[in-house]
Design a protein around this ligand. Structure first.
Ligand SMILES: Cc1cc2nc3c(=O)[nH]c(=O)nc-3n(C[C@H](O)[C@H](O)[C@H](O)COP(=O)(O)O)c2cc1C
Length: 340
């Protein structure tokens, strides 16, 4: 099959990297279809799904796993991330993902530090990188799509250059590096000098990840030799960061546009998860909605109680009532979000 340039298919990463912009990070509990849609609309280079268990997918795929990988209607440029530790299971999952979710490319998670997945993949693979190389080879044998990997610097010390070179030799088309060790979890600062060393040590594109919260910082990091930067926590309630990096213009949305987008996020959430079971609520969005409106702490309490998009509309009515878009340029850099 032939794919038009920039669409899903082999060479996806190289073709997307011809454009300016930044990548939406995979974030369990956040980078679901509604968040990906908002980021893509604002010009994200590509987006990455929440990590999905390869074993879980091979077990049949219940609604939750399907929702993790399922595209929204018309979704393009979405990479599906898998975690696992067994080559045959990963190969089977890659095949299944290709059929079920029409991904643009498939990424191997080598960075998740949570104990729940220890021994089952994630950052553990940094202790036995030969297993990861086998996984990449097995994944590649099951698809013509690009296969990439997302690593941390190491398990408890930096061995990222060695691991990245091994992944490259195994056929990874791109490597994303989160500049912390697994032992660091999310503490301290991401080590961008270490990310730059990896970028200089391999021929495949390297995407850098860690602590980017403003367009200025993204541009500064981009100049460190990486092919692109990835943004996670700094994009929560802030899809406009992708527009700034795609267009070079740092316009800052005002209250009306922020409220409008928060409401739209809630509406997309209802539409995507509507499964006729009556169980849908906006509970997972409660942590996100206040981040759209950091200048309105008085709304925080109400935004963390919402159950439906109608509730969100009611809470935001005072802001939505104003007449129309109000984009103001030049917002101070410290206006970045901070997260746990
Ligand atoms: C809540 C949360 C969930 C995450 N889930 C994933 C995941 O599923 N897969 C993955 O590779 N990284 C995951 N990460 C790591 C991010 O992709 C990213 O590398 C890290 O947060 C550093 O970037 P940031 O400072 O821009 O958030 C997660 C991070 C957070 C905060």
């Amino acid at each position: 099959m032939r794919y038009p340039a920039g669409m899903n298919g082999p060479g996806f990463y190289q073709s997307r990297l011809q454009r300016p912009g930044a990548v939406l990070a995979p974030m369990a509990g956040y980078s679901d279809a509604p968040m990906r849609q908002l980021a893509a609309e604002q010009g994200a280079l590509w987006t990455v799904s929440e990590m999905i268990s390869a074993r879980g997918l091979m077990g049949g795929g219940d609604t939750e796993k399907l929702n993790l990988g399922r595209p929204y209607p018309g979704e393009q440029g979405r990479v599906v991330q898998l975690f696992g530790a067994e080559p045959d299971v990963l190969a089977g999952a890659v095949d299944r993902v290709g059929t079920w979710f029409s991904p643009a490319a498939i990424d191997l998670n080598m960075g998740c530090p949570v104990p729940k997945i220890r021994g089952k993949g994630g950052a553990c693979l940094l202790q036995t990188p030969e297993t990861a190389y086998d996984l990449v080879r097995a994944m590649r044998s099951a698809t013509t799509l690009d296969v990439s990997a997302k690593i941390r610097l190491g398990w408890d010390h930096d061995r990222s250059v060695e691991v990245a070179q091994g992944l490259e030799a195994a056929g990874a088309a791109l490597i994303t590096v989160h500049g912390r060790t697994s032992a660091q979890r999310y503490t301290g600062q991401a080590d961008w000098d270490a990310i730059a060393r990896v970028a200089a040590a391999v021929k495949v594109p390297v995407v850098g990840s860690g602590d980017i919260t403003t367009p200025e910082l993204a541009r500064e990091r981009r100049r460190m030799g990486v092919a692109a930067v990835m943004i996670g926590r700094g994009a929560v309630g802030n899809p406009w960061i992708f527009r700034a990096l795609a267009t070079g213009e740092d316009a800052w949305p005002g209250a009306w546009q922020r409220a409008r987008t928060a409401l739209r996020h809630a509406e997309l959430q209802e539409r995507f998860y509507d499964d006729d079971t009556g169980r849908l609520t906006l509970r997972p969005l409660r942590k996100v909605l206040p981040q759209y409106l950091p200048d309105f702490p008085e709304l925080r309490q109400d935004l963390t109680q919402v159950l439906t998009a109608a509730d969100v509309r009611r809470v935001l009515a005072p802001l939505l009532g104003e007449d129309g878009p109000d984009v103001t340029p030049a917002r101070p850099a410290e206006y970045a979000v901070s997260h746990s």
